[in-house]
Design a protein around this ligand. Structure first.
Ligand code: NAD
Length: 272
């Protein structure tokens, strides 16, 4: 596989660490911010060298496309998704968009859908930190869904968000719901915590009909995602207690493995 990566932060480097443990990619291109190449090159050609036989750093989508990737994975954030993913899709290359929360912006969602249609490529939205997206998307096709999501994190994880203006996070002694609204409102007000709400909305009932509660809980065992689905075909409830990834406490470790799964499903003879 010839793989392109947009971003070289926590998810990208942890993913490459996992890929380095298996058969090497044929080629790897990594899009980094202008000026970030020297440090990225040191790591790419050092501890991560076993991930791919050929490795190159680029600074824009044209550079990525010049390396003829089979697949591009975006793991850099909303701005990078908006700046680079449309050109990759228009060129006919599938993009795994890890920053799913970026799609809460209707203009960006429309631009990415149009670019994919124009290029005959696919925008792939991974399950990321949450699960049972296969079932939710299957039920979504049948309609009549009611989806309620509750995202619970330790108070410190909400520092620097509007929650800090609503609650005294440091003094919290018990769980407190500080937000209740639609997935669209949640993703726009809490963009750094938007990915799960957006993934559920896109798979299931949409941004407007997916109900979200956000909770700060001093006894939370990690980042906890719970959601329940009621539909004419099936009802279910799921609770996932995620451990943080070593490189970025805001990102659950499962997200990295979810992206690994997308790659393995394309490289191997069987997809599951
Ligand atoms: N789908 C999910 O469930 C889920 C879960 C966790 C994180 N995420 C998303 O994945 C993304 C990456 O997470 P992370 O933990 O690796 O974050 P991170 O901050 O460790 O890494 C992001 C990297 O992207 C780089 N970057 C930012 N803008 C860029 C640009 N325009 N061009 C090139 N590089 C750029 C940054 O310099 C940084 O190195 C975030 O957007 C996050 O919201 C999604």
């Amino acid at each position: 596989m010839r793989l392109g990566l947009i971003g070289f932060g926590n998810i990208a480097t942890a993913l490459l660490g996992l890929l380095a443990e298996g058969a090497p990619l044929e080629h790897l291109s990594v899009l980094v911010r202008p000026g970030a190449a020297p440090e990225a090159r040191r790591r790419l050609n050092g501890e991560l060298a076993a991930a791919a036989r050929g490795r190159r750093l680029v600074e824009d989508a044209a550079g990525l496309l010049a390396d003829r990737p089979d697949l591009v994975v975006e793991c850099a954030g909303h701005a990078a998704a908006s700046a680079h993913a449309p050109a990759v899709l228009r060129a006919g290359v599938d993009v795994v968009l890890v920053s799913v929360g970026a799609l809460a912006d209707p203009a960006l969602e429309a631009a990415l859908r149009a670019a994919a249609a124009e290029g005959g490529a696919r925008l792939v939205l991974p399950a990321g930190a949450v699960g049972a997206i296969d079932l939710l998307a299957a039920l979504g096709a049948a309609g009549g869904l009611a989806v309620r999501y509750r995202g619970t994190k330790p108070p410190a994880a909400w520092a620097g968000t509007p929650a800090a203006g609503i609650l005294d996070l440091a003094a919290l002694a018990e769980p407190k719901v500080f937000f209740a609204g639609t997935a669209r409102e949640a993703a726009l007000a809490y963009p750094k915590n938007a990915n799960v709400a957006a993934t559920l909305a896109l798979a299931g009932a949409g941004f407007e009909a997916t109900e979200v509660e956000l909770v700060a809980d001093p006894s939370a065992p990690g980042n906890v995602h719970e959601y329940s689905v009621a539909s004419p075909l099936a009802n279910y409830t799921i609770r996932i207690e995620n451990q943080p990834s070593p490189g970025n406490a805001k990102t659950s470790a499962t997200t990295i493995y979810s992206v690994l799964r997308e790659i393995r499903n394309r490289r191997g003879p069987v997809a599951i």
